[in-house]
Design a protein around this ligand. Structure first.
Ligand SMILES: [Zn+2]
Ligand SMILES: [Zn+2]
Ligand SMILES: [Zn+2]
Ligand SMILES: [Zn+2]
Length: 268
């Protein structure tokens, strides 16, 4: 709960048009009336006094904003967090009450939306064949040799170390293949995990292709594979590693770097 004084200060940040709290950049009219960015952009003159829009911002309000505690914008959904203005955007990105799309919304045409905290439960329930547990997953893509040069996409959620990861690969019409594992947990823990992908059966005619890199933070479905930490191969070299039925065998390992460092120290 806010004290009387605090609530008076916070109330000064209410945008007079939409009643949402203003956050930097806080624009003002020539007379000094302030508005949130969204509302400011909607009008050509000040909606309160009809003066022209000012060119300068209200830097004093912006500075005060960064040090005051504001309620989370998902308060109606149930979030009770009070967060310093300067940390508000970060909180909104990770807030458990934020409405999220299903991570498979495009790929599986899933229309589900719900609080972030229930995303995993939804995937487990409604996409059980795209959910795997363990830090070493062995997968098979049947009839990989039939894919040829057409676009294809596969993804699954991996539960390991009490966290969740999204694994995916894509094949483009030019034969370019991209593989990646994304971390779905708190951004603070993101740097903690590596992943290793091994394509092809061990002891096959060709050595497996093995690649290791960092897990990146989960991104929107359309931005998948944009990061430098996705691994690239070509369809032809992957296809060579199918078994005689044309099935592709591959393995994913999620590696907890903290644990790996401890192990290395012990045996050094
Ligand atoms: Zn507004
Ligand atoms: Zn005005
Ligand atoms: Zn929140
Ligand atoms: Zn879904």
């Amino acid at each position: 709960m806010y004290s009387y004084r605090e609530s008076i200060v916070i109330a000064e940040f209410e945008c007079p048009i939409c009643l949402d709290y203003m956050a930097p950049p806080i624009h003002q009219c020539a007379m000094g009336h302030t508005f949130c960015v969204t509302c400011f952009d909607k009008f050509s003159r000040c909606p309160t006094c009809r003066s022209p829009k000012g060119v300068s911002r209200s830097f004093a309000l912006e500075r005060i904003h960064s040090s005051l505690l504001f309620p989370c914008k998902y308060r109606q959904e149930g979030c009770e967090a009070k967060v310093r203005g300067c940390d508000l955007n970060t909180h909104h990105e990770i807030c458990d009450y934020a409405k999220c799309k299903c991570p498979f919304s495009n790929g599986m045409n899933c229309k589900w939306m719900g609080p972030r905290s229930t995303t995993i439960k939804h995937c487990k329930q409604d996409h059980p064949s795209n959910f795997h547990s363990g830090n070493h997953i062995i997968l098979k893509c049947p009839m990989f040799d039939h894919l040829g040069l057409q676009s294809a996409f596969y993804f699954t959620i991996i539960q390991a170390y009490g966290e969740h990861f999204e694994f995916c690969w894509s094949l483009s019409e030019t034969g370019r293949m991209k593989w990646a594992v994304y971390f779905m947990g708190s951004p603070k823990e993101r740097k903690r995990y590596n992943y290793q992908i091994s394509i092809g059966k061990p002891y096959g005619e060709f050595e497996p292709i093995v690649m290791t890199t960092n897990c990146e933070e989960i991104v929107d479905e359309v931005e998948l594979f944009e990061s430098k930490n996705c691994l690239m191969t070509h369809y032809d070299s992957v296809n060579k590693r199918c078994n005689k039925n044309g099935d592709l065998h591959y393995e994913i390992r999620v590696i907890d770097k903290a644990f790996q460092d401890v192990k290395n120290n012990n045996f050094a």
